[in-house]
Write a protein that binds this ligand. Structure first.
Ligand code: ATP
Length: 365
């Protein structure tokens, strides 16, 4: 456990590539995790995130590139000499050992004496709030509790870096959410440098200091959760991190508006960065940034009709047909009446708009 006085080590991956036969699983990947921070590697199945984590763990060797913890190059060290803690989706606890024995296993292997072992196991049981469960067996615990034990087992040996591979994948939705808070709080309290691998965008956004979005073996964008969500740089990032309305057009004369196909008047989408008139451009606007009914101060507005309306608990989701754009758009609205009430009816005519600064330029790849 970090004392809080000593600075936690950075984790650094530089120029990492890995192929299996002809398939390139990871391509020239750079990633840096500042000491004490949690970075999520987020991407769809097959994008190379597990391969990346396995290279950090030492189960796979990169073809090229280096991995460092602090100043130590660990690229060629065997797994047990890397000083890492690891938690996977399928807890992998020993079923015939008690909770306390599971947690103390790494200390036993390291030949730590019984008294010291008991002290550290008790400290861990405290940390995961299972003080009274040390003598139980894993099968007597809930899934969330088992995952907390797996976490304690990996942390008891004071690793420099914690690796979490889809740690909440086996839990149901409500438990997953409370465990997100719990793991994040524990990680911050211990100040341990952590790499989290997940395909769940909500998990990545809610647990991390920074998110690295991965596709096809590459990191497309790294940033704080708000940066990657609000300012996606590519269509892929915009769409993988949530629902988005994507517009493809050409830059209007003047350089600060977009001409959309089939429409003669330019549409104001961008003010901050003037673009080359006539060039192709793609922008993304989040559904919750669209306005319905109320007219945006300085943005475009369109006659629209509600074609779908669903209640989502704390917000309402609409599908809205905009004849002059010849397409349907997604709009989310916070409840303005009773929580989550749907305030527009199917078929209702209204006005749709957005503020120009909410349209974000994205690259096509
Ligand atoms: P998932 O979430 O499904 O695990 P992932 O993003 O973690 O996906 P990886 O498991 O890293 O992706 O796989 C990346 C690519 O490398 C995939 O195309 C996969 O088929 C391939 N791959 C991974 N491990 C091996 C292996 N041992 N042998 C051959 N190909 C592999």
């Amino acid at each position: 456990m970090s004392s809080g006085l000593e600075k936690a080590a950075d984790l650094q991956l530089a120029g990492i590539s890995k192929s299996y036969g002809k398939a390139l699983a990871v391509r020239d990947l750079d990633l840096e995790i500042e000491g004490g921070h949690l970075v999520a590697l987020l991407g769809p199945s097959g994008c190379g995130k597990t391969t990346t984590l396995r290279m950090v763990a030492g189960f796979e060797r990169p073809d090229v590139g280096s991995i460092k913890i602090g100043a130590t190059d660990i690229t060629h060290l065997p797994p047990h000499r890397r000083n890492l803690g690891m938690v996977f989706q399928n807890y992998s606890l020993f079923p015939h050992r008690t909770v306390a024995e599971n947690i103390g296993f790494g200390l036993l292997m390291a030949k730590v004496g019984a008294a010291e072992r008991d002290r550290r196991v008790a400290e861990m049981l405290d940390l995961i709030q299972l003080q009274s469960r040390g003598d139980m067996y894993p099968s007597q615990l809930s899934g969330g509790q088992q995952q907390r034990v797996a976490l304690a087992r990996s942390l008891v040996v004071n690793p420099k870096v914690l690796l979490l591979d889809e740690p909440l994948g086996a839990l149901d939705k409500s438990l997953r959410e409370s465990m997100q808070f719990e793991i994040r709080a524990m990680q911050q309290r211990l100040g341990i440098t952590t790499l989290l691998v997940t395909h769940d965008q909500e998990e990545a956004l809610s647990m991390s200091d920074r998110v690295a979005v991965m596709s096809n073996g590459r990191i497309l964008q790294t940033g704080t959760p708000t940066e990657v969500y609000d300012r996606p740089q590519t269509r892929f990032v915009a769409e993988f991190l949530g629902t988005s309305n994507i517009f493809e057009g050409t830059v209007a004369p003047g350089g600060s508006a977009l001409m959309l196909p089939g429409r003669s008047a330019p549409v104001d989408v961008l003010l901050d960065r003037p673009q080359e008139p006539g060039s192709a451009l793609m922008v993304s606007i989040r559904p919750e940034r669209m306005t319905l009914g109320a007219i945006p101060v300085n943005g475009p507005q369109f006659e629209a009709r509600i074609t779908g309306a669903v209640f989502r608990g704390n917000y309402a989701a609409y599908q809205v047909d905009v004849p002059s754009l010849k397409r349907e758009l997604f709009v989310y609205r916070q409840a303005d009446g009773p929580l989550g009430s749907v305030s527009f009816r199917l078929g209702e005519a209204t006005t749709l708009g957005w503020a120009p600064e909410d349209a974000v330029i994205v690259r096509p790849e």
